[in-house]
Ligand binder design. Structure first.
Ligand code: GBH
Length: 480
């Protein structure tokens, strides 16, 4: 196992809770078991031609049946912090308000929580990691843009708060940019809805209102539970192609469009000026003063999913920019992973956390996802795949950048590696692996095997000692 990254001294590692992340549809399987209804991803994955090799999440890692083994392995690796997501349609198969809670679904997550508790693991749950109940999609057509969505999401959150008082740390949405853009804008992800630009921003608006509503619910009806409520936003760092004002402004626009659209309203109470200028008031609806009050300050921490960076330069269009992996010298910004969109650029993590700390007044930051798919790993036999030097180096270099950012003042209180184990990688099916634990999909045994990257994280981060786990994250016994 390589040494700890230079900047990650014991002192710097302290005060950050290190752990791993997953999402329901990507690991659970048991898609039609015990009252669970289909989500948009179940339906989409069953349409021939949508997912590479015809893969689906029907079985995935079969975590639904193997969770005991998985938490035992986490414990062996020293993992004390785990981010997972809840399947909306498992807990509330009818999706919307007035529909019945599914006792078997609640029971499943309670069994997970029991097992986490028994193994000393603190849960942090995502309410919505892209798996919208299909019934809601059919009811609204483009539901995230429909104001009814806000009511249904608040109702779902209410069910979760009531059902799982043991969960103190919540993320409302995972990567709403992807939901609003890939799922409901260009329609490349499930459910394949093409709402165009107006659809994207209606969706973003409703995501923000829903998040605000959930925070409001938490601090009123559920004040006694003392939640932490955050959100997980994805952002690629934008490196100006040159040091000219044009390119620097273009890079800022790229960050605004991915990240500012959500983070600015949450921390500053308004959309970035750029977006208003670019799309006009009919697309970029302003918040009413009441809505702005509800949204501003509604995130107790800023969750960032960060994987990669891009060069950005200005183009001839007003407010335009062009994104590229190649710089002015035609050199790529970093080595490519197995995933074609993912270039290894460790310093991007330093830059985005410094940027967010400064722009938003030094908020508590969680890195809610960070990880990589290693080239050719999917084709390798198990004993070869677990020797993942590429991923180990990725983590070592990105964590070095993270530790430097902490040293320079960023308040990064949690870091979650994506992912605990190889899983259903959306459109790519099982052909791209992000786990620090290998899962044998090839033979179908689904056997777990810790990779070298998992050992590296385990040695230097996961098991750095109970003192490093913040006391406020500790799980308490259910009160009944
Ligand atoms: C995360 O998204 C997700 O939260 C997680 O579920 C996923 O497993 C993980 O990344 C690894 O991919 O199809 O070429 O147009 C990260 C942001 C957004 C990056 C969608 C890939 C699609 C690229 N992702 N994007 S492409």
């Amino acid at each position: 196992v390589p040494a700890a990254p230079d900047a990650c001294t014991p002192q710097i590692r302290k005060g950050t809770a290190w752990g791993v992340a997953t999402a329901a549809y990507q690991i659970e399987g048991a898609w039609n078991v015990s009252g669970r209804t289909p989500s948009v991803w179940d339906v989409y994955a069953h349409i021939p031609g949508k997912i590479k090799d015809g893969d689906t999440g029907d079985v995935a890692c079969d975590h639904y049946h193997r969770y005991k083994e998985d938490f035992k392995l986490m414990k062996e690796m020293g993992v004390k912090h785990y981010r997972f997501s809840i399947s909306w349609n498992r807990v509330l198969p009818g999706g919307g308000r007035g529909s019945a809670v599914n006792p078997a679904g609640v029971d499943f997550y309670n069994r997970l929580l029991d097992e986490m508790q028994a193994n000393g693991i603190t849960p942090a749950a995502t309410m919505f990691h892209w798996d919208l109940p299909q019934s809601l999609h059919e009811r609204y057509l483009g539901p995230l843009g429909d104001s009814e969505f806000v009511e249904d999401f608040a109702n779902y959150a209410d069910v979760l708060f009531k059902s799982f008082p043991r969960i103190k740390q919540w993320m409302t949405f995972n990567e709403p940019l992807i939901t609003c853009d890939a799922s409901y804008g260009v329609g490349k992800f499930a459910p394949g809805y093409k709402g165009g630009i107006p659809g994207i921003y209606k969706c973003a608006h409703n995501v923000l209102l829903s998040h605000g509503r959930v925070k409001q619910l938490s601090r009123t009806k559920y004040a006694h539970l003392d939640h932490k409520i955050g959100i997980a936003l994805n952002v690629e760092w934008a490196e100006p192609m040159s040091n000219t004002t044009w390119d620097r402004e273009a890079a800022q626009r790229s960050v605004d469009i991915q990240f500012g659209v959500y983070a600015d309203p949450l921390f500053l109470g308004r959309y970035p000026e750029l977006l208003k200028k670019k799309f006009g008031p009919s697309v970029m609806k302003d918040f009413t003063p009441e809505e702005a009050d509800m949204v501003r300050g509604s995130a107790d921490f800023l969750g960032i999913n960060h994987y990669t960076s891009r060069f950005v330069r200005a183009n001839e269009q007003p407010l335009g920019f062009v994104v590229s992996v190649f710089g002015r010298d035609s050199q790529p910004i970093g080595p490519v992973a197995q995933s074609s969109w993912l270039r290894v650029v460790p310093d991007g993590l330093y830059k985005i956390t410094q940027y967010a700390s400064k722009r938003y007044g030094n908020p508590e930051i969680w890195i809610t996802e960070n990880g990589v798919s290693a080239p050719n790993e999917a084709e390798m036999p198990v004993d070869h795949a677990v020797r993942d030097a590429f991923r180990t180096k990725y983590y070592s270099d990105y964590l070095d950048a993270l530790c430097r950012s902490k040293r320079d003042g960023a308040r990064i209180t949690k870091y979650l590696a994506w992912s605990f184990m190889d899983n259903f990688e959306w459109l790519q099916g099982y052909s791209e692996r992000f786990g620090v634990v290998h899962v044998d999909f090839k033979s179908g045994s689904l056997k777990r095997a810790v990779k070298d990257s998992g050992r590296f994280l385990s040695k230097h981060f996961f098991s750095v000692g109970a003192a490093d786990a913040p006391a406020d994250g500790a799980q308490k016994k259910p009160s009944g």
